[in-house]
Write a protein that binds this ligand. Structure first.
Ligand code: ATP
Ligand code: MG
Length: 770
């Protein structure tokens, strides 16, 4: 079976990075060259966030006929390790990208970078500073206050050169001196207040050994390494936005460009990828690994590329996901369901269906000899008709079978379509059977179930609703199955409240190991490594396995709540049909295509599928959303207005609305600032629909926003508390959820005009007073 004969639906889109590159190509800025780079620090394994950057950088190079360098940004001797250099290369190759001969190490530039630093000193643009770390911080000032100059700021070039050379020669202790760029101690961007360029670190480097005891810092190294390599488009994540002027300052202050490069490299930032139920930082992975919460960097629960690979993700699925998420300027959190949906779409096409019983229960077919004889070999296709790939296997049917323990119920709940005494089901690919009775041991424990086969003629007359999977007991191959689930039990383990350790949000049920599972023989004989266990999910052979001891990891279950969320409305009644939880079966089904327009919105703006569906239903909403993003507004907050109030207004309103993106942004800003409670915000919105005033003007006209008067609010709050002695008592006994009820009452008492932030503060103070 070949694995690559299909592609996932790709969405063509032109993002702001591609637009910039095309402008540069048009203007001839880099003589038509496109050179990007992926610059990992070898201090950990790559994660799925990195793969977004990899797909982007290598993808751009490919799309525009350029090249992408792999450069290890290895300037920190104490955290780096050759193990990581190896794993990073393996992971990028596995993802399907190739840097050709363009493998670089920042540490290879140490001599050259050192020369640039001396050049800066000679140009009076750098000096050796004797302040220690704490003093440097103190001298730097604050956002509202300028910094103070280092006492060494005006030392002569000779003095500086001498000290810098002695730093290199190892005459000083760690931290005794730094080399700093001489830029502007009063600059509003704090990054430009004479940032350090070199620090002393007597440490062994995995590549340069003990040759150096001074190491260049990121901002200096990064831009200059780009320039040395002739990189044109240096693409990084948003947190480096404030570093961009520094990047430019270094490449402009030093003559580092290779012959013919034409123009300095330019940095462009895009949003980091974050996914719900995942953490996305090497520091946190290190803790998970070192504290043994997971089995290692490649534990299949880790969002590392190595972990995803071992779990059974395919490079195609990860690439398609990166594509779908797209490149945006607003940081957003992508729903893990989108990742899993994309994965299922891919696995659906490439995973032969086989049967495996995870929690086996013996089924005896009492009339087997009469109906079948000794045994029968059923022919079963590997793929369902809608996948349309060839291939089939033989399924031995024998007198004794394994079935899934929870496909049998002695006392079935209502609407049970599986096996129970007297009930009939179809065996997948085979006969209809009727259960006669369960067999229990002395202690009353169920040991097996006895059933009867029906002939084709009998079956034709029967109404059978359920189908169950099974494996011949005589032919089954034992295997171990590892059921993986989300590693964290909260949607945003990366954004917890101050003081909450992310480790406390680990999902205790993220792994369940089942031994003695029963696999159909063909799957074992053919050594299939990537399969769908029918009705269970997609599975992948773990490298721990041997031919005698098979191990399968659950890559992802079959249930696709993402597809469900984006399904057209008609499907709703079907889903709502009451069915007790315990009897819900995940039936294999075809993943549903996301509506393209809605999908784009999710990818581009990071809004939820539900919101995307609403927005994509009305062009005017889509235009407003795009404009809000373009103006750098709070997309999430505005979207809430778009899908509720704005959508219902537009339903009864033809043509363009009397307000635009700027007004909506202002509205949510007033809300965020606490000027408008949500009640008042609604009033302001109602006015927005009638006039062409701005929200601020409306607030002023309506007589100001909130009640901000602390004494006045305290009085109201005391009255509310006095009127609810029971609630107050319960709050003080620890039921802090009640705070919401109190806030609600205060808001009502003030006609929605109280400043909610202040109400919260005063409430807590009053409630904690006794
Ligand atoms: P972490 O914070 O996880 O330790 P990092 O940014 O320190 O990651 P690097 O090795 O420095 O890791 O990153 C290499 C490249 O990958 C950088 O260009 C960085 O911007 C990019 N990158 C890192 N994390 C993400 C992410 N979550 N989404 C997109 N790109 C990322
Ligand atoms: Mg980093």
């Amino acid at each position: 079976m070949s694995d690559d004969s299909h592609t996932l639906t790709q969405v063509e889109s032109k993002d702001f990075i591609r637009e910039k590159i095309e402008r540069d190509l048009e203007s001839g800025k880099y003589n038509g060259r496109v050179v990007t780079r992926f610059p990992p620090e070898p201090n950990g394994y790559l994660h799925i966030g990195h793969s977004k950057s990899i797909c982007l950088n290598f993808g751009l190079a490919k799309q525009y006929g350029g090249r992408c360098h792999l450069r290890f940004d290895d300037t920190n001797p104490t955290t780096e390790d050759p193990e990581f250099v190896e794993s990073i290369q393996a992971d990028i190759r596995w993802l399907g990208f190739d840097w050709g001969e363009h493998l670089y190490f920042a540490s290879d530039y140490f001599e050259q970078l050192y020369g640039f630093a001396e050049d800066l000193i000679r140009a009076g643009k750098a000096y050796v500073c004797g302040l220690n770390e704490a003093e440097v911080r103190e001298y730097r000032g604050t956002i509202s206050e300028p910094g103070r100059p280092s006492p060494n700021r005006d030392a002569s070039v000779e003095e500086n050169l001498d000290l810098f050379r002695r730093m290199r020669a190892g005459e000083f202790k760690d931290g005794q001196y730094t080399l700093r760029a001489k830029i502007d101690m009063a600059h509003p961007n704090m990054k430009l207040r004479d940032p350090p360029i070199y620090r002393i670190r007597h440490a062994h480097h995995y590549r340069t050994g003990d040759k150096w005891c001074i190491y260049p810092l990121y901002d200096f190294t990064h831009g200059l390494s780009d320039a040395i390599e002739g990189v044109t488009h240096s693409i990084c994540t948003l947190e480096f936005e404030n570093n961009r002027p520094l990047y430019d300052w270094f490449v402009q202050s030093v003559d580092a460009l290779p012959e013919g490069a034409g123009h300095n490299p330019e940095q462009t930032e895009f949003a980091r990828l974050n996914i719900t139920y995942m953490v996305m930082s090497k520091r946190k992975f290190l803790r998970l690994v070192n504290e043994k919460h997971v089995a290692g960097w490649d534990d299949p629960r880790m969002p590392t590329v190595a972990g995803l690979r071992r779990r059974g993700y395919t490079p195609e699925a990860i690439r398609a996901f990166a594509e779908r998420v797209g490149v945006a300027k607003n940081n957003s959190l992508v729903d893990i369901e989108l990742l899993e949906h994309t994965l299922r779409e891919d696995l659906n096409q490439r995973s032969p269906r086989v049967m495996c019983v995870l929690r086996p229960l013996k089924l005896i077919l009492s009339n087997f000899e009469q109906v079948v004889g000794e045994r029968e070999e059923l022919e079963a296709p590997y793929y369902p008709p809608d996948v349309g790939r060839p291939g089939s296997r033989k399924l031995p049917l024998t007198r004794e079978l394994w079935i899934e323990a929870d496909d049998f119920a002695e006392e079935p709940p209502p609407k049970w379509h599986r096996l129970a005494p007297g009930a009939s089901v179809r065996l997948r690919y085979g006969y209809v059977i009727t259960c006669d009775f369960p067999v229990v041991d002395e202690s009353g424990k169920l040991v097996e179930v006895v059933a009867r086969l029906h002939t084709q003629e009998e079956a034709a007359k029967m109404k059978v609703k359920g189908t169950i999977h099974w494996v011949s007991a005589e032919d089954a191959i034992d295997c171990e199955v590892r059921l993986y689930d989300r590693l964290f039990s909260v949607p945003e383990p990366d954004a917890l409240e101050e003081g909450v350790d992310f480790i406390t949000t680990l999902n205790p049920k993220s792994l369940e190991v089942l031994k003695g599972c029963k696999l159909e023989p063909a799957a074992a004989k053919e050594g299939l490594s990537r399969v769908q266990f029918e009705r269970q999910g997609f599975f992948f052979a773990d490298p721990d396995a041997t031919p005698d001891a098979l191990v399968f990891n659950r890559t992802v279950s079959l249930k696709d709540s993402w597809a469900k969320q984006t399904q057209p409305k008609q499907a709703a009644p079907e889903r709502r049909r009451a069915q007790p939880k315990a009897v819900q079966v995940a039936q294999p089904r075809k993943p549903i295509e996301l509506d393209q327009a809605a999908q784009m919105l999710v990818m581009v703006h990071g809004i939820t599928p539900h919101e995307a569906n609403v927005v994509s239903g009305d062009d005017r909403l889509g235009k407003l959303l795009a404009a809000v993003d373009g103006l750098d507004g709070d997309v999430k907050a505005v979207t809430r207005w778009l899908v509720n109030d704005v959508a219902s207004f537009l339903k009864n309103h033809e043509g363009e609305p009397p307000f635009g993106a700027a007004e909506l942004i202002e509205l949510v800003e007033l809300q965020a600032a606490g000027t408008l409670s949500s009640r008042l915000a609604k009033d302001v919105f109602a006015e927005l629909c009638k006039t062409d005033e701005s929200p601020r003007a409306i607030v002023e006209r309506l007589g100001g926003g909130q009640i901000d008067d602390e004494a006045q609010l305290t009085e109201v709050i005391r009255k509310v508390l006095a009127g609810n002695p029971d609630h107050v008592k319960r709050y003080r006994e620890g039921n802090h959820n009640l705070i919401g009820a109190f806030v609600g009452q205060v808001m009502r008492a003030t006609g929605g005009k109280a400043n909610p932030k202040l109400v919260n503060e005063i409430l807590r103070r009053e409630l904690n007073a006794n």
